[in-house]
Design a binder for this molecule. Structure first.
Ligand SMILES: Cc1cc2nc3c(=O)[nH]c(=O)nc-3n(C[C@H](O)[C@H](O)[C@H](O)COP(=O)(O)OP(=O)(O)OC[C@H]3O[C@@H](n4cnc5c(N)ncnc54)[C@H](O)[C@@H]3O)c2cc1C
Length: 363
């Protein structure tokens, strides 16, 4: 039976897994392609719920850029304002967050080999002697090499940071539906009162260039007023998986995080569920090594713990992305009428739609 674990990919999810395994005394090595962990991580945003961060269990405080207590959702001229009295989420610096995760993994006893891109030869070398975990992101070489079922649904993104924008509420983000992008949305997220992140995501099958969709999105009257007089300081494109793979364990190989597609289809957020699934993988691997249980336990465990919420995110995404501009404006009007703003301000949960539905029934 294998005793060692090779994690391919030192993103947050691979690093959370490494820390958990090392804490259980499992011999763990992370192979990270980049020269330093977190390099390039800011191509993605870093909004994480307070509750989700608590469950991940990493000391994220050094990475906090801003706190969020509300969101404004736009569909054409209709808007919904959700505002809580408490901080609901933090905006993190993704590079610093990854470094904190790496430090905690190394402190727990995991080894991290930087500048180590794992290719076909190395995967063949690992063979069946080690447990191999693909934590290598959305374009996973591990998943391809071991012929895991494909992910067919993606969102292409483009985001940029602007200095000296006009921000009306530094603790609120904005989401724009049915404006420029198709089957996803545009967003603005304040990093501070002097830096605003602006981004868009669009379904890959519309075959448009994400930068050109972004260029059209920033002409939206609300966004352009916020950016008036500001200076753009960055701009990066990326990709988000919209569905989980049909299978995430094959023999001695497991997939976690974006490589497995453990992402909220509503927003593309993958750190909370990816990390919770990584913690689940650590339980299954430890139990395999110490008690001889099957590694396929991981698949059963993560699907039973998080499968329902991830499915609900997919259903909600399917619902909102199938409605046209008029349908969504109508939905917003109805939602307002039925008190959605105050309900979501009090009971909204970014990660767990199942809890929101439960609270709705209780109410
Ligand atoms: C624009 C955008 C905004 C987002 N906003 C949010 C958000 O606000 N909140 C949120 O929770 N999520 C957000 N996400 C999603 C989030 O970024 C991902 O879900 C998360 O990064 C997944 O982590 P991971 O560790 O699985 O993969 P990754 O972060 O992609 O890490 C994979 C790592 O593997 C390494 N690697 C790849 N191939 C190899 C190889 N062959 N050998 C060795 N190493 C390799 C890479 O260098 C990388 O370090 C956003 C994504 C995008 C694109």
């Amino acid at each position: 039976m294998q005793k060692e674990v090779a994690i391919v990919g030192g993103g947050v999810v691979g690093l959370v897994l490494a820390k958990e395994l090392a804490k259980h005394g499992v011999d763990t090595t992370v192979y990270e392609a980049k020269r330093e962990v977190g390099e390039g991580a800011n191509k993605a945003s870093g909004i994480l719920s307070v509750e989700g961060l608590k469950q991940i269990g990493v000391d994220y405080r050094a990475a906090i850029l801003n706190s969020l207590s509300g969101a404004v959702l736009y569909a054409g001229k209709q808007k919904l304002t959700i505002k809580s009295n408490e901080t609901k989420a933090y905006v993190l610096d993704r590079e610093i967050f990854a470094k904190v995760c790496a430090n905690e993994a190394e402190d727990a006893g995991a080894k991290i080999i930087r500048n180590a891109k794992v290719g076909k030869e190395m995967l063949d070398q690992f063979g069946t002697d080690k447990i191999i975990v693909g934590a290598d992101g959305v374009v996973s070489s591990v998943a391809n090499h071991f012929d895991f079922p494909k992910i067919n649904n993606f969102i292409l993104t483009y985001k940029a940071e602007y200095e000296k924008p006009n921000i009306s509420d530094v603790n609120s983000c904005e989401l724009f539906f049915y404006d420029a992008p198709k089957k996803f949305f545009g967003w603005t997220v304040p990093h501070s009162d002097s830096v605003l992140e602006v981004g868009i995501g669009e379904w890959i099958r519309t075959r448009r260039n994400s930068y050109s969709v972004f260029s059209s999105f920033v002409t939206n009257p609300i966004v352009s007023a916020e950016l008036d007089g500001s200076r753009r300081v960055s701009g990066l494109a990326s990709i988000i998986p919209l569905e989980a793979r049909k299978r995430t364990v094959k023999g001695n190989v497991l997939l976690v995080g974006d490589a497995a597609g453990q992402v909220k289809a509503t927003t593309g957020g993958g750190i909370v569920f990816g990390s919770l699934c990584a913690k689940t993988a650590a339980e299954a691997i430890t139990s395999h090594i110490k008690k001889g249980t099957q590694l396929s336990l991981y698949e059963k465990m993560w699907r039973s713990r998080y499968g329902l919420d991830l499915k609900m995110h997919r259903i909600i995404h399917g619902y909102y992305s199938g409605m046209g501009a008029r349908g969504s404006a109508m939905l917003f009007r109805l939602a307002k009428l039925f008190g959605a703003e105050s309900f979501l301000s009090e009971y909204g949960d970014m990660d767990r739609p199942s809890l929101v539905v439960k609270r709705l029934f209780i109410r």
